[in-house]
Design a protein around this ligand. Structure first.
Ligand SMILES: [Fe+2]
Length: 365
């Protein structure tokens, strides 16, 4: 038996941001629009507010989300929400403003949420999850709350064309990580399997294209679908070891989420491989491999290495992280990874020693 949780309504397509205005209007009269400075500068927030003007929805724009949200940024946004008398929240941008919108909604009697991604990666528009870093302890908390699944998700691939290469790579790898982790999770279902394999194929085919040419609308569209599919996957089958180990790197070293996933994905999945070899083989076959389970799984890992190379994923060292500091903090990172619960979804027993070994091996290349 399994159940499926998805956003109430999802509107998809080029220009969706302007054609969804009536659906936005049906959810409230006064919106807090949460975004970041770069998205605002690109003119994307203006596209949204012009639509809100047309249907008479009042709004206040809050763009003080500087990177992945912490409790202080959320508190500042909540204050603006209260002062402006808002009754709905629109998160527009990458995963960070979307997660912030969820956090403000949770603190505001679950005001309705509209999410509009401008990157193809986090899948936040499809999920019951959000991350907020606790500033006092530098711990990135994963919060699960079905009441913050958005009332409306608006997926307009044209909003992704201004994303720079590094963001395209990081967010695309986040989507791939979601899909592969959901497919190899203890909580996988036939429904999430279908979405996961579809997302994986899309990422392998279209991420290199979106990375090479940001204005390739077909590639941006396929990546937007992939990110949403992968979001539905984790909403229903969760993430596993990679995300569990990735969050502490993000919290302590401020590595963007998708990049820390990409740094970890190969080593974590190689660890997980013998726990569900046939699942990794299925992914390999979907990507065109033929042969035994072991051969097809290996081909998937070859493709994964090629993809990381093509989109220039850095190592921890290349990213500029100090090795000594990393090793000093590793014990806390392993504890935080286990405490998040994600590693426990891996189809293989994972203990603290295994996690410490993978963190150590990230420095062995
Ligand atoms: Fe993620």
């Amino acid at each position: 038996m399994f159940q499926v949780l998805m956003p109430n309504r999802t509107i998809v397509g080029e220009g969706a941001i302007t054609s969804a205005k009536e659906q936005i209007q049906s959810l409230g009269t006064n919106a807090l629009v949460i975004s970041g400075k770069i998205v605002e500068k690109s003119g994307i927030v203006k596209k949204l507010t012009a639509s809100l003007d047309e249907v008479g929805v009042k709004y206040t724009v809050f763009t003080d989300i500087k990177g992945e949200p912490d409790d202080l940024m959320v508190a500042a946004a909540k204050e603006v929400y209260d002062q402006s008398g808002c009754d709905m929240i629109i998160g527009i941008g990458g995963g960070s403003p979307q997660d912030s919108a969820k956090a403000v909604s949770a603190a505001s009697d679950y005001a309705p949420i509209v999410l509009i991604p401008t990157t193809a990666g986090s899948g936040s528009e499809a999920t019951k999850f959000y991350c907020v870093t606790e500033s006092a302890t530098d711990t990135k908390k994963l919060i699960t709350d079905e009441k913050i699944i958005p009332k409306l998700a608006i997926i307009d691939p044209t909003l992704c064309v201004t994303a720079p290469k590094s963001i395209t790579a990081a967010t695309g790898m986040d989507a791939l990580t979601h899909a592969v982790e959901a497919f190899t999770s203890k909580k996988a279902t036939p429904y999430t399997d279908m979405f996961a394999l579809s997302a994986i194929k899309r990422v392998f085919e279209f991420l290199p294209r979106a990375y090479a040419n940001g204005e390739d609308i077909e590639a941006r569209t396929e990546m937007s679908f992939a990110a949403y599919e992968a979001g539905v996957c984790i909403n229903n089958a969760s993430v596993t070891l990679v995300h569990g180990m990735s969050r502490p790197i993000g919290a302590l070293f401020h590595v963007p989420h998708g990049i820390s996933n990409a740094m970890l994905i190969t080593k974590c999945l190689l660890f997980a491989k013998d726990g569900c070899l046939e699942r990794f083989a299925t992914i390999g076959r979907e990507l065109g491999a033929a042969g035994t389970d072991a051969e097809c799984a290996d081909i998937f890992f070859d493709y994964l290495a090629d993809l990381c190379k093509t989109i220039e994923i850095p190592t921890l060292e290349e990213y500029g992280i100090d090795r000594e500091t990393f090793f000093l903090k590793m014990d806390k990172m392993a504890d935080d990874a286990i405490a998040s619960g994600s590693p426990g979804n891996t189809k293989k027993e994972v203990n603290k020693k295994d996690i410490l070994k993978i963190y150590t091996d990230l420095w062995s290349e």
